[in-house]
Design a protein around this ligand. Structure first.
Ligand code: MRU
Length: 350
């Protein structure tokens, strides 16, 4: 699947697979302006930390198209900065969004002073395309490193979707499973359905099944029983933001899985690119946790399941403390033990 693609030249547009329509329909959606990219990110048409970053980078290209009409360079850069600010306000937790927007800003502001808005817009598109290619390479490298941690015949439990749909292609956690599968290891994958928006049931199961991996969907609440019954040898997830000490934010429910893995003495691995690390924060308690609307919990497919007026709390992410993470797999290798020194050694040089 091609989650994200840019069609055309600098006057082109962004085409996204609408992940809210899967698995029933695999349909594309075209974004021609910044507002439609923000809408796509907020509504989870495009989701997963790396994919959000790439969509936002192309969103800046759409912002540059509109700003090119502004005439002079200063007005262009001011309008571009407003577009970046609007994109930055789309979702708070995945740091890849801010990483991507920062790169795009630096690309624009570091152009030589004689460059016209049109030339800067073209440099921005080149930058977004380079980041897109970088994410493809990164996912395949994560896959190669991570596959070495898995053995033939193992059961692997994963949560949410850290797959091709969440990245440029191949995926992070699912990239590891794909690479192991391609090297001839037979795995059985358990995909948590991932309440409330069912990224595991709808997206992970769809992706893995299409690629011929053996996948079984379980309710999130079945995880303790399934692990306890000995079917799971490894828990493997992605991440949205990893602090300098290794504390890792990922889809709500991940922390519980890490506790279960520790209780049952099986490894808990995270697969994530280096741009998911936020070395500016010392620990996970500084990671902003997105809270989403009550409707995601109080209604299921349009039918009310919580009595009218009863409050609902809907945090979209939780933070797994570093001490529960056996290793983090990134494109530069395996970080183990998960502590500030090993993280700085492998990620700090990126
Ligand atoms: O709310 P989502 O679907 O964007 O949450 C995504 C996750 O939690 C993923 O596990 C994470 O972004 C890693 S994607 C490679």
């Amino acid at each position: 699947v091609q989650t994200i693609r840019w069609e055309g030249d600098v006057a082109g547009s962004l085409v996204l697979i609408d992940q809210t329509a899967l698995p029933e329909q695999c349909v594309a959606r075209r974004c021609r302006d910044v507002a439609s990219v923000v809408e796509a990110i907020r509504s989870l048409r495009v989701r997963g930390a790396p994919a959000i970053g790439l969509a936002a980078a192309y969103g800046v290209c759409l912002g540059a198209q509109a700003a090119s009409a502004a005439g002079d360079r200063a007005a262009f850069l001011a309008q571009l900065e407003r577009a970046i600010a609007i994109l930055a306000a789309s979702r708070p937790t995945a740091v890849n969004l801010f990483w991507a927007l920062d790169r795009m800003r630096r690309t624009a502001t570091s152009q030589p002073p004689d460059r016209s808005p049109q030339q800067i817009a073209s440099a921005l598109l080149d930058q977004a395309r380079a980041m897109h290619q970088q994410d493809r390479d990164t996912c395949h490298a994560i896959g190669r490193h991570g596959a070495a941690l898995l053995r033939d015949g193992q059961g692997v439990l994963t949560h949410c979707n850290a797959g091709a749909l969440a990245t440029a292609e191949y995926g992070t956690a699912l990239g590891v499973l794909r690479a192991a599968h391609q090297s001839g290891k037979h795995l059985h994958v358990y995909a948590d359905e991932t309440r409330p928006l069912l990224q595991g049931a709808r997206l992970t199961a769809w992706e893995l099944d299409r690629d011929g991996l053996e996948v079984t969907v379980i309710c999130d609440v079945a995880a303790a029983h399934v692990i306890g019954s000995g079917r799971v040898d490894v828990v493997l997830t992605g991440a949205d933001r990893i602090a300098a000490n290794g504390d890792s934010a990922n889809k709500i429910g991940t922390y519980g899985l890490a506790l279960l893995a520790a209780a049952h003495e099986i490894p808990f691995y995270i697969a994530a690119p280096r741009n998911t690390f936020d070395l500016s924060i010392a620990s996970g308690d500084q990671i902003p946790i997105e809270e989403r609307g009550a409707d995601e919990i109080s209604q299921i497919f349009g039918t009310r399941t919580v009595p009218e007026g009863v409050p609902v709390y809907n945090p979209a992410f939780d933070v797994t403390p570093a001490r529960l993470i056996t290793a983090i797999i990134c494109e530069a290798g395996i970080i183990r033990p998960v502590d500030p020194v090993s993280i700085r050694r492998i990620v700090g040089s990126a």
